[in-house]
Design a protein around this ligand. Structure first.
Ligand SMILES: [Ca+2]
Length: 127
């Protein structure tokens, strides 16, 4: 690991409950510039329901820094989405567990992202 690299790993699953508190994830050092060579993993587990993600901010270096989102156990095989830009204010993922991985390359830093994650009922409709 070089002097200017920062490693962030968090793999302890965060439990969310239906009707319970939301959990906010942020890129490392947010709202300041995220580090180069950052690698941070979050995972969430729930008994049931649907994950509701509200994207407050999303600003990553185009084509080089990514937020990856998958379901189940963290692995390249369970990857659902690779986000480099984001145009939706919110979206849902139907699964009992999800993971999110932020990965930045060796140069050019932006201010990153803030996403609020909560669990909603399977038949809840939001505007
Ligand atoms: Ca970068």
């Amino acid at each position: 690991m070089s002097d200017n690299s920062v490693l962030f790993i968090s793999v302890e699953p965060i439990e969310l409950d239906l009707g319970g508190d939301s959990f906010t994830i942020q890129s490392p050092l947010y709202p300041n510039l995220y580090p180069n060579n950052a690698f941070k993993l979050w995972s969430f587990v729930a008994d049931s329901g649907v994950y509701h993600l509200i994207v407050n901010t999303f600003n990553l270096e185009n084509n080089y820094d990514y937020l990856y989102i998958g379901t189940g156990t963290f692995s390249p095989d369970t990857l659902l989405y690779s986000f480099n830009e984001f145009y939706l204010p919110e979206f849902i993922i139907t699964n009992s567990s999800i993971w999110l991985l932020f990965d930045s390359d060796y140069s050019v830093q932006y201010d990153g992202f803030e996403i609020v994650i909560s669990l909603i009922g399977e038949y809840m409709i939001f505007k």
